[in-house]
Ligand binder design. Sequence first.
Ligand SMILES: [Fe+2]
Ligand SMILES: [Fe+2]
Length: 400
Amino acid sequence: MPDSGRDIAKNATAAIFGGTFDPIHNGHLAVAAAVRECYGLGGVILMPTGSSWLKSGRDVSGAEARYDMARLAVAGDPAFSVSRLEIDRPGNTYTIDTVHELLGKNKNLKISLIVGSDILFEIPSWREPDELLRLCSLIAVARPGHDKDAVRAQFRLIRSNYGCRINLYSGPMLDISSSAVRDNVLYGKSIRYLVPRDVEHYIAERGLYRDPEFEAFLDSAAVRGYRERVKSLISPYRYSHSLGVAEWAVRLARKYGADKQKAYIAGVLHDLAKEFPGANLLHGSAAAVYAGGRLNVRDPDILDAIRYHTTGAPDMPLLSRILFIADMTEPMRDYKGADELRALAVEDLDRAMVSALEMKMEFTREKGREVHPDAVKALEYYKKACETNGGYNGKQNNGK
Ligand SMILES: [Fe+2]
Ligand SMILES: [Fe+2]
């Protein structure tokens, strides 16, 4: 397909909206359309990133598929175009090179970059940030769950350090993520209202985001048996929570390199004893004993994760940390601070552990209950771990 970026590059003002777009979804499109109208921009150039910037922990779909989906999503809308500049450039691609190429075609073009507010923290480490911000203005789009005070402080810092034109857009947006779309495909759920219809069909026709091995695992007699048993032991609401934890734990397992199948099983089983008489505070231990004895679960990682999901413990193995955090951040959780913790969960597992333990201890104290000594020890441990390693855990700066 020809590079449709050329058409919009003729306009006087254009915004580059870069992203992996794996896949592009209605949230991307709604934000881009709203930003274009709000700032009176001539057009928006969707710029799928080259395949060389791989996100940690998962394979990114091929550049051609991501490009095709972006084209399908905006077909027929003259306000949008899709550019091949970054996917066609060999090696790591840099935004500054893209901007130079666009200006090479039209030196009078006024370019804005639309970026997520989290990107404001990365821009100083991009290639030639001074030159980039001399040539472009920035429109930072606030993201749900991100610390607004920190974003505003960074916004001011960028503006004063680079003297650039910068706006923070906080208008209404659709809280959709590409990973949620991929998860829906994986679990056989609908993506009908998450992506444009043509993108939905493209994904189905090509079998994108499917994982036959994992699907066979989900459909195996053993795993179906776990789900049925748990369903018989707890209320429908808690069962939905357990499936939500299982699916969210798989997402985190992928992100942090843990075993997906173990994460799923631990999530399904973790609350099976929650409604046993008198088991409330000890339901993690009770569920581990039940899973080991009655369900024949032999894997020590799964049993440990289930055992410690209520209190936490110092130096928990990766799977246990993932279950602990997944339990507190699955999508049905809506307590105060849940969105922030959910955002942190996919950025830094140890810092998420600190926040989660602090919140859990506060809830416990508010209810007039005593905090479990394991939780106190766990909080001390993860605070220290974050101080030692700077809270860095799985985050990758791609240096664009
Ligand atoms: Fe629980
Ligand atoms: Fe739970």
